[in-house]
Design a protein around this ligand. Structure first.
Ligand code: DC
Length: 225
């Protein structure tokens, strides 16, 4: 069977990673979380003490920044210059740094190359901000996931609390508003629904409801091809 690419885009907290991971598992496709790659570059910038918005500092750093993705039993693992940073990239500071560095075109070009290579030889569910519009414009199925800002902030807050990160709902909401604006307003491959995508609003859904709904949609599309 021909490889199939499924693009899932949307803002932070819309449920992309949980839904994409679960749907990929059911379909026996590989799940690729592209946000983790931007987070690794954001972490590299913070480790160097750089201004994450400053292209003059970030671009030269890219020559010595190796981001690698490996798929293991436990899921996708992210490596920065050979170090497994899968856990380290999930802090609020790294979220903001990732959004900042992702607006620098050279960062995107480097990571998009890796993303396309990963999707070239297998069937994937890839989540991000520009997968349907830029990374995989020929993806067979394109989904744009969204939810109300209040619900997205609450979900992200609960996720961070579960991971033991000390934070409060208001700062999570502020970080999210900042990232939403940053990610949608950048010039190069901004966050927006692809013209041929289908939008799902997950507000008020349980995770299971959203997973079932997206999975059913995908299966119908694949079978109807
Ligand atoms: O999906 P996430 O929250 O882990 O992504 C972190 C940041 O990375 C997000 O705020 C914007 C950037 N990003 C991007 O610009 N393009 C992608 N395909 C994925 C993430």
């Amino acid at each position: 069977m021909k490889n199939i690419s499924i693009a899932i885009d949307g803002p932070a907290g819309a449920g992309k990673s949980t839904i994409s991971r679960a749907v990929a598992e059911r379909l026996e496709f590989v799940y690729i979380d592209t946000g983790a790659m931007y987070r690794a570059v954001g972490l590299a910038a913070l480790n160097n003490g750089f201004d994450t918005k400053c292209a003059e500092q970030i671009v030269p750093m890219l020559d010595t920044t190796e981001v690698d993705i490996r798929h293991e039993e436990s899921g996708q693992r992210v490596f920065l210059n050979g170090e497994d940073v899968t856990g380290k990239i999930r802090t609020p500071e790294v979220s903001v740094a990732a959004s900042d560095v992702s607006a620098i075109p050279q960062v995107r070009v480097k990571l998009v190359e890796l993303q396309r290579a990963l999707a070239a030889s297998r069937s994937v569910v890839m989540d991000g901000r520009d997968i349907g519009t830029y990374v995989l414009p020929n993806a067979e199925i394109k989904i744009f996931l969204t939810a109300s800002p209040e619900e997205r902030a609450r979900r992200r807050f609960e996720e961070l609390v579960q991971k033991g990160v000390k934070t409060d709902l208001e700062s999570v909401r502020q970080d999210m508003d900042y990232r939403d604006k940053n990610d949608s307003s950048r010039e190069f491959a901004p966050l927006r629904p692809a013209e041929d995508s289908v939008t799902f609003d997950t507000t008020g859904n349980t995770q299971e409801q959203s997973i079932d709904c997206i999975y059913d949609f995908i299966i119908k599309k694949i079978q109807g091809r």
